[in-house]
Structure formats: structure tokens, C-alpha cells
Ligand binder design. Structure first.
Ligand code: ASP
Length: 324
């Protein structure tokens, strides 16, 4: 039987109702998580490593990069066939995306979580762990990059996002769709997940901020970031990359101050395209040297900029990472 290392980080999957407050709190150890899934013994030899036991809102980009180094170290062992990471669902797509950019291993790496706690009626954690381990032992999962497995559906880390605050059927890959499905008897891939350009700094630069545009935005928050001398800014613009005129002025001021600015869209899918040239459009800001995020969401573009800034501050080189 193949050996899979399960690295636990926390999240609802490892939470139980607190007897005093009644709310879910971190309570379940890695070993207990595995003990709740007896069917695992028929699928793989499991070794558990606890990285943390925190809600995923407590996970930082630095922790994500440290987790990448930890996964690469575990995956380097010849007898390890793949890795499963358990994680809170709130920021799961961000950790999966950063791992996809930063990992060296070609072995399967599957990230999973749960929408219901370990003490809830019909918790989804055990089934999700089983499906993630089934995926990690599948030959066809190798070289697919980091995969997100919940509700028996397999998504590419690059495309996946959480779409519902509480429903168990929450993860989706808008427009592109999932890459595969986990059946009881086998794992089926219907498409190959696209490989991403790797970015592997030893340290990332987390002095990078994300701002979302809303109608009538007067650029106040952007100017605060310039005053704070941040190292990078990601702006989630309207539509295909358009912002209010006052935000355009603030973006130009950021560029004059030497701050890299990445333009993403606040729309769920599609990319930033400079099809307009009116004041505030992506086209009207090209001369100031904005970097277009392509199809990346704001949070994912922010992580990519943090990793890229860990390697270079040269504008053309930063730009080349986003041309992928
Ligand atoms: N708030 C939880 C977390 O992200 C939600 C979950 O795990 O589903 O840690």
C-alpha cells in the first residue's frame, strides 16, 4: 500500500462545539481526525503531521510558504507517494494557490477541509479526507499541481474558489470547471490542470495590500497605502480592469512612488483586458506601468506578488511572473 503523509493545519474539520459558548473551536488532534476515517486503512498507509491547529483566518502567507517547505521536505522521502493537507475552508484556496506556485515536488498534493465541524450532525470532514487520500494515491494525480478535493470534486488550485458561506457544496472553479471526480472505486480526471510558472523565494514580502474598488471610490485608502510606503498593491477593479478616475490618480501616484500595482478584477471570472481608453480604464493606466493580473482573483494576485517580490523588485521581472 502507498504511504500518504497527512499534514493538519486546523479549520472547521478539526473543530468541535465548545460546551460553554456553543460555538465551534479547535479541538481535534491530527490522530483523532484520522481515527474518524476507518476506511483509510484500505486506501493507504497514513502518517500524520500536525503543522498547526488554527482557523484558516489565522494562517498567514509566511505560514503558507513555511508549509510549502514542510511539504517538500516530507515529499522528498522515497516511500512517500503523496501529501494531503487539511485546512480551514475560508482561506483554503489561497494556501492551495501559494503551494501550487512554490512547491518543488511533482508528487500529488491535495488540500481538503470541511464545512461542518467534527461534532456536527453528518460532518463532511471524514468523507473529504478519504476522497483527498484516494486522489493522492491515484497515479493520474501526479504532475497535476496542487489539487483541492471536497465533496468528491477535484479542482485545480489556480481556478478554485469558495462560493457559499455555509453550504457543503461550496468549492467551484468558475467558468473552467473542476478537473476530476472521486468515485468509491476510482478517481477520474476529465482534464489536465494547467501548470503554473513556479516562484520559489526563501522568504516572501508580505508588505503587500489588496483593495477592492466600489462605485464612487475616491482613492482614500490607496493614498493611505502610499503614505505607509507599502511594497506592493493589488487593486480589484471593475469589469475588465476599470476604476473610478480618483482611483486612477492614486494608482499613478503609487507608481510614481515606485510601488508595483497589480490590477485584478472584482468579477468572479475572466481577465483584465485593456479594451477601453477612457479615464480610469485599464488602457488609460498602461503608461503608468500597471501589471495586469490576468485571470487571477485579487487574493491570489496578492500572494503571487508577495512571492515575486521575495525574488525581485525589478518591474519587468515582476511583470513577467504575471504574464503566465
Ligand atoms: N472558519 C473556518 C476556517 O476557515 C471555516 C472552515 O474551516 O470551513 O477555519
Amino acid at each position: 500500500m502507498k504511504k500518504i503523509v497527512v499534514i493538519t493545519t486546523g479549520g472547521t474539520i478539526a473543530m468541535k462545539a465548545d460546551p460553554v459558548s456553543g460555538g465551534l473551536v479547535p479541538a481535534v488532534s491530527g490522530a483523532d481526525l484520522m481515527a474518524a476515517v476507518p476506511a483509510l486503512s484500505k486506501v493507504a498507509d497514513i502518517e500524520v503531521t500536525e503543522y498547526s491547529n488554527v482557523p484558516s483566518g489565522h494562517i498567514t502567507p509566511r505560514m503558507m510558504l513555511e508549509l510549502a517547505h514542510c511539504i517538500d521536505a516530507q515529499a522528498a522521502a522515497a516511500d512517500v507517494a503523496g501529501i494531503v493537507v487539511t485546512h480551514g475552508t475560508d482561506t483554503l484556496e489561497e494556501t492551495a494557490f501559494l503551494l501550487d506556485l512554490a512547491l518543488r515536488t511533482e508528487k500529488p498534493v491535495c488540500v481538503t477541509g470541511a464545512m461542518r465541524g467534527a461534532s456536527d450532525t453528518s460532518g463532511d470532514g471524514p468523507g473529504n479526507i478519504l476522497a483527498a487520500v484516494q486522489t493522492a494515491v491515484a497515479e493520474s494525480a501526479a504532475g497535476q499541481g496542487v489539487l483541492v478535493v471536497l465533496n468528491n470534486v477535484i479542482h485545480a488550485a489556480r481556478d478554485v474558489t469558495k462560493t457559499h458561506a455555509v453550504n457543503t457544496d461550496t468549492f467551484a472553479s468558475p467558468w473552467w470547471g473542476p478537473v476530476g471526480y472521486v468515485y468509491d472505486d476510482k478517481v477520474v480526471f476529465r482534464r489536465q490542470s494547467r501548470r503554473q510558472l513556479k516562484i520559489r523565494p526563501q522568504q516572501l514580502d508580505d508588505n503587500v495590500y489588496l483593495l477592492k474598488c466600489a462605485a464612487g471610490d475616491d482613492g482614500f485608502l490607496l493614498r493611505c497605502l502610499i503614505d505607509k510606503k507599502v511594497h506592493g498593491i493589488v487593486v480589484e477593479a471593475f469589469g475588465c480592469g476599470n476604476v473610478p478616475p480618483a482611483v486612477k490618480k492614486a494608482i499613478e501616484a503609487a507608481r510614481r512612488a515606485g510601488i508595483p500595482v497589480v490590477l485584478a478584477t472584482r468579477v468572479q471570472a475572466g481577465r483584465v483586458v485593456p479594451v477601453y481608453s477612457y479615464e480610469g480604464s485599464a488602457g488609460s493606466m498602461l503608461d503608468s506601468g500597471i501589471i495586469m493580473a490576468g485571470e487571477l482573483t485579487g487574493p491570489k494576485a496578492r500572494l503571487k506578488l508577495m512571492l515575486a517580490l521575495g525574488i525581485t523588485q525589478i518591474q519587468a521581472e515582476l511583470q513577467s511572473y504575471f504574464a503566465d
